[in-house]
Design a protein around this ligand. Structure first.
Ligand SMILES: CC(C)[C@H](C(=O)O)[C@@H](O)C(=O)O
Ligand code: SF4
Length: 472
């Protein structure tokens, strides 16, 4: 049913997937793609207990990422618990005839990196996964969001999901980004302004010339972090950049079908007079390379600034929370961000482990040595192969960083890759919560080039100072 009046892209996708229900209450939506990782075992247990079957195994895709080892994958000494998590996904997908990109598969990788690579993420689809960062797929103009374990069971059994319609927020980033400023910096700047719950209850559409100018990799980074600003999801209307990226991907429509699909996809834009519940505008030129200093992604500042001083904050609750964050992070009020020394670095995660991310880090590391240890985990087996063809692995290794296999790895530490207690890590990930990278770990999040710059200096550093003069 197509309601009258101008509609946003969010409404358009919603309307074509609504089966029954009311916008004011809950609506049953059709799900075009359901993605599973190792955490899906709860849901499989639930459907087994009800003797239910998987309604549409052909629309369901499994991939092992959260627990997979980044080194010695075939080792017989693999932690039995980790092996068990991976085997469970193998068994559950096999039993139900679900396609899986498992540990040894050439297409394996972090679900939000490897699934788009296969052309499974397409404009206009509704996509779900039992993982909050499913918003990443919104980069292609898909309506993609994370769901909980019992919802995973519901989708397995019915290929549908009940949803309350989110409010619509548009975030426009206009103008040009400065040298070295990336999608990660847009995301951190935005979250620092609206707060970690600023977009709560909203689906976000990113628009504006700075967003249009982003590559697909950059768009994925930005949509990925919509969740850290409290959004339900984030998406970007598909355009020529999207179509060019998708053409020829294994699961994308091929040949004449692709051309026909592109014609349809061109209609996936918000009508020019469509109303949003909230609108935010940021000037691209205002955004600087940004880092987090605290224990929430909203604790982010441009690299040229200093750690906040809780004594200077009037609001008592906010002052107390800043004080606690600084205590956990082991930082002094008012110290310059560039004075923060780090113990190690991590380049990886569904936020920033794509080929463009690795190129940006390698560009800074080329010909230099890291003075702290670090791990580079490419986002997928495909990214790893491409990076090796380009010689990026040699740059990372020559700089002293270890180059390993793909998975969630040190983003969350479930596979055993952790930051030791009290250690400080400059990381390309999306969450700097207490203990996120291991009990007692301290995380500073930033772009891949900023992590590379921190690796070579041993402290948080403005990467622009390390760029070749011509590109500054
Ligand atoms: C383990 C998984 C369910 C979780 C998520 O939902 O995001 C993880 O990917 C994370 O990033 O914290
Ligand atoms: S890489 Fe990190 S953020 Fe992404 S899905 Fe894995 S654990 Fe979650």
């Amino acid at each position: 049913m197509k309601p009258a009046g101008p509609r946003t892209l969010i409404d358009k996708i919603w309307d074509t997937h609504a089966i029954t229900g009311h916008d004011e209450a809950e609506t049953l939506l059709w799900v075009d793609r359901h993605l599973l990782h190792e955490g899906s075992f709860h849901a499989f247990n639930q459907i087994a207990a009800r003797e239910a079957t998987v309604a549409h195994p052909e629309l369901t895709f499994g991939i092992a990422d959260h627990y997979v080892p980044t080194r010695d994958r075939e080792s017989p000494d693999l932690d039995p618990q980790i092996r068990g998590m991976i085997r469970q996904l193998d068994d559950n997908t096999q039993r139900h005839g679900i396609r899986q990109f498992g540990l040894g598969d050439a297409r394996q990788g972090i679900v939000h990196v490897a699934i788009p690579e296969q052309g499974l993420t397409l404009p206009g689809l509704v996509m779900v996964c039992g993982d909050s960062h499913t918003s990443t797929h919104g980069a292609f103009g898909a309506y993609a969001f994370g769901i909980g374990a019992s919802e995973v069971a519901h989708v397995l059994a019915t290929q549908t999901i009940w949803q309350k319609k989110p409010r619509r927020m548009r975030i426009r980033v206009d103008g040009e980004l400065g040298p070295g400023v990336t999608a990660k910096d847009i995301a951190l700047t935005l979250i620092s302004r609206i707060g970690a719950d600023g977009a709560q209850g909203h689906a976000i559409e990113y628009a504006g010339s700075a967003i249009r100018a982003l590559s697909m990799e950059g768009r994925m980074t930005l949509c990925n972090m919509s969740i850290e600003g409290g959004g339900r999801l984030g998406l970007i209307a598909p355009d020529e950049t999207t179509f060019a990226w998708l053409e020829g991907r294994p699961f994308a429509p091929q040949g004449a079908q692709f051309a026909a699909a592109v014609e349809d996809w061109r209609g996936l834009v918000s009508d020019s007079d469509a109303a949003f519940d909230r609108e935010i505008v940021i000037a691209g030129a205002e955004i600087a390379p940004t880092v987090t200093w605290g224990t929430s992604p909203e604790h982010a500042l441009p690299i040229g600034e200093a750690v906040p001083d809780p004594d200077a904050i009037a609001d008592a609750d906010r002052a107390a929370s800043v004080r606690e964050a600084l205590a956990y992070m082991g930082l002094q009020p008012k110290m310059k961000l560039t004075e923060i020394r780090i113990d190690q670095v991590f380049i990886g995660s569904c936020t920033n482990s794509r080929i463009e991310d690795l190129r940006a880090a390698a560009r800074i590391l080329d010909g230099r040595r890291a003075i702290v240890p670090g791990l580079v985990s490419p986002g997928s087996a495909n990214v790893k192969r491409q990076a090796e063809q380009e010689g990026l692995d040699r740059i990372f290794q020559a700089a002293g960083l270890s180059w390993e296999d793909s998975g969630c790895s040190m983003c969350v530490g479930m596979n055993g890759d952790i930051v030791p207690p009290g250690h400080r890590c400059a990381s390309t990930t999306n969450r700097n919560f207490r203990g996120r990278q291991g009990p007692g770990s301290r995380t500073h999040i930033m772009s891949p080039a900023m992590v590379a710059a921190a690796a070579v200096t041993g402290h948080l550093t403005d990467m622009r100072a390390l760029l070749p003069e011509a590109s500054r």
